[in-house]
Write a protein that binds this ligand. Structure first.
Ligand code: ADP
Ligand code: MG
Length: 351
């Protein structure tokens, strides 16, 4: 049995069914993200695991124990929220000690644990400060230490980075992942940011309207999305209507061109039209030796993002996004110029 299981979990508020037949098995030490747009039920799932909401139906087990009707404080769970959740009138050390004090951990052990936790988050010198004397990122590290101090068996994080600015957000997410791996603590992390979820998770649950649309490793979710919703929510997508002229050899009509794409997964019969999708990095700038086909395109927009340059281009009336790596000796194409785009059928995502 997995360390944490959610089985046929349901939650309704009045007539509003916000979590629907939600199933998930989490292994010990796994880092799982719940990813989805605002209002899709992520927080509600997390609150049911924590014991702050009672499921309308279904069950929850942790470490082989049915906790569905256990009170929150008997579940041994650590929780961290978006921001500003520290007790403002307590020092950093007292904030971290809070859960230990509630549990009646003796003074000496408590002090030792607080010192250990402050070292873990790299704030050993800050125990005597108050939250307002810390940066947002430091406050969130203290919140993490506070959640971890009682040595919970499961860590639940609800959008803990969303109030921070971009640089701090990336740095703190890496620290959270590092600490999670060092401690081997089973973690569920809620976010609406797909890049964040992909960069730190072992597996991602993509949620849509209270339902888990797909559960999988980031690589799998990104490259083999099972629904249109997942494909669109995770990353950017170029979609094409493809008319299959010969499925056996991979002959298709795409963007006004007759192409042969032997590697394309064409589950269609002759004459049928499919919608296929390609990620921006599957449309490659230039004439590449390993590509199956070339498309002419006209550049309509250039976004220089640093290591990657995202081009918008017009391919026979279809607007596409394509990514190319920056090279210091090669300026990107200019708006209005004609380019060639290489593609291969093996990169198709069939929707
Ligand atoms: P997310 O965290 O994905 O943004 P939530 O789980 O917070 O989504 O909310 C899911 C849906 O449930 C929303 O429509 C929200 O309005 C509703 N909801 C959440 N909590 C309550 C509540 N206590 N009472 C009534 N409706 C709620
Ligand atoms: Mg939420």
């Amino acid at each position: 049995m997995s360390f944490l299981t959610l089985t046929h979990l349901e939650k309704s508020f009045g007539a509003n069914r916000v979590v629907k037949d939600f199933n998930l098995s989490v292994e010990k030490g796994e880092f799982i993200s719940l990813l989805g747009p605002s209002g899709c039920g992520k927080t509600t799932v997390l609150r049911m695991v924590a014991g702050f909401e009672t499921p309308t139906a279904g069950g929850i087990t942790i470490d082989g124990r049915d906790v569905t009707s256990l009170k929150a404080n008997s579940r041994n769970i650590g929780m961290m929220f978006q921001a500003y959740a520290l007790f403002p009138n307590m020092t950093v050390a007292d904030n971290v000690a809070f859960g230990l004090r509630v549990k009646g951990v003796p003074r000496a052990e408590r002090d030792a644990r607080v010192a250990e936790m402050l070292a873990l988050i790299g704030l050993s010198e800050m125990g005597g400060r108050f939250p307002f004397q810390l940066s947002g990122g430091q406050q969130q590290r203290v919140a993490l230490a506070r959640a971890l101090a009682p040595r919970p068996s499961v860590l639940l994080l609800d959008e803990p980075l969303s109030a921070l600015d971009a640089k701090v957000r990336v740095s703190l997410r890496n620290q959270i992942r590092q600490i999670q791996q060092d401690l081997g603590i089973t973690t569920i992390f809620v976010t609406h940011d797909q890049e964040e979820a992909m960069s730190i998770s072992d597996r991602i649950v993509v949620m849509n309207g209270g339902v888990a649309d797909q559960v999988g490793a980031p690589f799998e979710i990104y490259n083999r999305p099972r629904t249109k919703f997942v494909a669109n929510f995770v990353g950017t997508l170029n979609t094409f209507e493809v008319r299959v002229t010969d499925p056996a050899t991979g002959r298709v009509a795409l963007a006004g061109q007759d192409l042969t794409l032997p590697d394309a997964p064409l589950s269609a019969r002759t004459g049928e039209t499919l919608t296929v999708a390609l990620r921006p990095e599957a449309l490659r700038l230039g004439r590449l030796a390993d590509a199956e086909a070339l498309l002419p395109a006209k550049v309509t927009d250039v976004h220089f993002m640093g290591s990657v340059i995202r081009l918008r281009a017009d391919v026979a009336g279809t607007d596409v996004s394509l990514d190319t790596f920056n090279r210091p000796d090669t300026p990107p194409p200019t708006v209005g110029s004609m380019i060639e785009v290489s593609l291969s059928g093996r990169d198709f995502i069939q929707l």
